[in-house]
Design a binder for this molecule. Structure first.
Ligand SMILES: NC(=O)c1ccc[n+]([C@@H]2O[C@H](COP(=O)([O-])OP(=O)(O)OC[C@H]3O[C@@H](n4cnc5c(N)ncnc54)[C@H](OP(=O)(O)O)[C@@H]3O)[C@@H](O)[C@H]2O)c1
Length: 261
């Protein structure tokens, strides 16, 4: 899109998701838009990019608010993972504090379909505590940040999928790690669950397609899923996809141009 405007539309895009990377890639081609993708720096090799990237926390709400003002940001886009609740809450607070408008990109959560056997929980700890008392073969799709919580029920034989290699705590002696980066595929997950005789899957309701394979594989094999519901956030303008976000941003850009901003 080509829009002639007085000053560029400066966007800070909070990322760490496929949606954020896709949006940053599209925005890099829009004339008059300067977008910077912000990453927390959790993964060792974030996907390569053709746009401006900054890495690391801002230092809470104050740090983010200062950054928005210092960098003269016109729009804050929160395209972080639905379970990245702290940065999303900080984004709401910093937007209110500075008056910089906020747009969230949030994929819809998964919903149960015929054949699913889900038990839903508020929080990772509740999901882990709901596993049977006797040792079980359990697949954890909860990510690396849940490792500490798994230590509460160390008697299960966990198969833990993470992006980067990690060292397991001593009391998770029965656990095995698989390192892999999505998107994952249902047939592969069926094979993994069968080989490891998985009886339970621990999952966060991330939504989207990249991590859905474990849910589909569990359905096909009749495995129970302990599903962690999303953390609740305050109200904010939200779109569901990177395409919708791009349309929203282009409309804002056109309006600014019409107003001569
Ligand atoms: N949680 C998940 O399940 C999950 C899954 C896949 C990807 N991710 C991605 O991994 C990142 C970290 O997730 P989390 O659950 O640890 O987040 P979090 O608990 O909400 O955030 C913790 C702190 O990390 C910093 N941070 C988080 N996202 C950032 C970003 N995009 N840019 C700069 N700083 C950021 C902020 O530090 P300051 O307060 O110092 O600013 C924030 O307070 C997020 O960007 C998220 O999109 C998370």
């Amino acid at each position: 899109m080509t829009v002639t405007t007085g000053s560029p539309l400066r966007i800070l895009l909070l990322g760490g998701t496929t949606e954020a990377t896709a949006l940053a890639t599209h925005l890099a081609r829009v004339d008059g838009v300067q977008a910077t993708l912000s990453l927390a720096g959790r993964t060792a090799n974030p996907a390569a990019s053709a746009f401006s990237v900054r890495i690391g926390g801002f230092g809470g709400v104050e740090g983010l608010a200062n950054h928005l003002q210092r960098e003269k940001i016109d729009l804050l886009v929160d395209a972080t993972h639905p379970f990245a609740a702290r940065i999303s809450a900080n984004a709401i607070a910093a937007s209110i504090e500075t008056g910089v408008p906020l747009l969230a990109v949030e994929r819809p959560p998964w919903t149960q379909v015929d054949g699913d056997d889900w038990i839903e929980h508020d929080g990772i700890e509740a999901a882990i505590s709901a596993l049977p008392h006797k040792p079980q073969d359990v697949f954890s799709g909860l990510g690396r940040q849940a490792i500490d919580a798994l230590r509460r029920a160390p008697h299960h034989r966990y198969l833990i999928r993470v992006v980067d290699p990690i060292e397991l705590p001593a009391n998770l002696a029965h656990a095995k790690i698989i390192t892999a980066r999505g998107p994952f595929h249902t047939e592969d997950d069926i094979k993994i669950f069968t080989e490891h005789r998985i009886r339970y899957v621990l999952a966060k309701n991330a939504g989207g397609s990249a991590a859905y394979s474990k849910i589909e594989a569990a359905r096909k094999l009749g495995i129970t899923v302990h599903m962690v519901r999303r953390p609740a956030l305050g109200p904010r303008p939200t779109v569901a996809t990177s395409d919708e976000a791009l349309n929203w941003i282009e409309a804002l850009h056109r309006t600014r141009s019409d107003l001569g901003v």
